[in-house]
Design a protein around this ligand. Structure first.
Ligand code: GAR
Length: 193
């Protein structure tokens, strides 16, 4: 399984994947490439630190999606790296036809809630404001419905009385950093079997 990570921001989940790979804990998966749609995003430095080639194809005029032409160019650029599996790790654009058809059933996404609760933007803030006692994170296959594809795995996180928004978010991020590399490992081992 040759992975392209797609990320937009801080990159802590890309870092967790690459640290797992370095520690020999990513099964038969190998990260080939890191694609970023935001110029200067911190995740680019993480790719460089782990010696993974980073790519920044033009992202076009939209902020939360690609135009069909731009998405096709991204699909071709990703293919050219040899990657055959996409991991969206904090990638803040909606994936549509061109990428879905280029990598059928081979795109997974990380989301910071227990889907189907709190889909969409600011899932952690949504959960905090709603006052839920249990939330968490989800890894799911990507399909044409935003945050709606088949759920692969979830980890639950409990909100405690002493939590602040910051400690609450930190617990969810820590769960994400465990969950995503573990799912990649499991999928890669299943594929190799
Ligand atoms: C993560 O919490 C991830 O679940 C979320 O963005 C954050 C990226 O953090 N993704 C979404 O909300 C996707 N809808 P990171 O840049 O530190 O990995």
């Amino acid at each position: 399984m040759k992975i392209a990570i797609l990320a937009s921001g801080r990159g802590s989940n890309a870092e967790a994947i690459l640290a797992a790979q370095e520690a020999g804990q990513l099964g038969n998966a190998r990260v080939n490439a890191l694609f970023c749609d935001v110029p200067g995003a911190p995740v680019l430095g993480i790719g460089a630190r782990f010696g993974v080639p980073t790519y920044q194809p033009p992202a076009g005029v939209f902020k939360t999606k690609f135009s069909p032409e731009v998405e096709l160019a991204w699909a071709q650029a990703i293919r050219e790296t040899g990657a055959d599996f996409l991991v969206l790790a904090g990638f803040m654009r909606v994936i549509k036809q061109a990428l879905l058809e280029s990598f059928p059933n081979r795109i997974i996404n990380l989301h910071p809630s227990l889907l189907p609760a709190f889909a969409g933007l600011d899932a952690i803030g949504q959960a905090w404001r709603h006052g839920v006692k249990i939330t968490g994170c989800t890894v799911h296959y990507v399909n044409a419905t935003v945050d709606g594809g088949t759920i692969i795995e979830q980890e639950a996180v409990r909100r405690t009385d002493d939590d602040t928004m910051e400690t609450f978010a930190a617990k969810i991020h820590a769960a994400e950093h465990r969950l995503l590399p573990a799912v990649i490992r499991r999928l890669s081992e299943r594929e190799a079997a």
